[in-house]
Ligand binder design. Structure first.
Ligand SMILES: [Zn+2]
Ligand SMILES: [Zn+2]
Ligand SMILES: [Zn+2]
Length: 151
């Protein structure tokens, strides 16, 4: 076993703390993400749109990565952030109407992933459920477009 240095131990403690975010920590994490999105809004709009597309693509890759990642201090882009969000969702009991913004954000990313995902045995959370639901919706949509297809 490798001995962790003092600094590493501190980082591990900070990461563990983040992973167990709840209550006050949850509020702090949400405030932090809100503050970040406000800062992003101040960036020039065109740049922002391009950056958002890149970020969304990277976040979708990270979601797949996080499903298999067992490293606490992983250097993969956004790995720790997405991982802490997964842990957050498990313990989150939103008391806000419309749910928790952090959970909604992660739900949206999982939804985007499921739309693109080609793996029938994908282990990403909710992926197969979301894909099933989406296929059902498409089937209904086709039936609504062409009433004869039901016969
Ligand atoms: Zn990782
Ligand atoms: Zn939440
Ligand atoms: Zn998937």
């Amino acid at each position: 076993m490798v001995m962790a240095s003092g600094e590493e131990k501190q980082q591990i403690r900070a990461a563990e703390h983040l992973l167990m975010a709840s209550g006050e920590d949850h509020k702090r994490l949400t405030d932090y993400l809100e503050a970040q999105s406000i800062r992003e809004e101040q960036i020039c709009r065109e740049e922002e749109e391009e950056e958002e597309v890149v970020q969304a693509t990277q976040l979708q890759r990270t979601i797949v990565h996080v499903t298999d990642c067992r490293t606490l201090l992983c250097s993969y882009p956004f790995c720790l952030i997405v991982k802490s969000q997964f842990y957050h969702v498990v313990g989150c009991r939103p008391r806000i109407p419309g749910g928790c913004p952090l959970c909604n954000k992660l739900g949206f990313l999982l939804h985007l992933h499921a739309l693109d995902c080609q793996q029938s045995q994908c282990r990403t959370p909710c992926c197969r459920d979301l894909k099933d639901r989406h296929q059902q919706q498409q089937r209904q949509h086709v039936m609504n477009l062409d009433p004869l297809s039901g016969f």
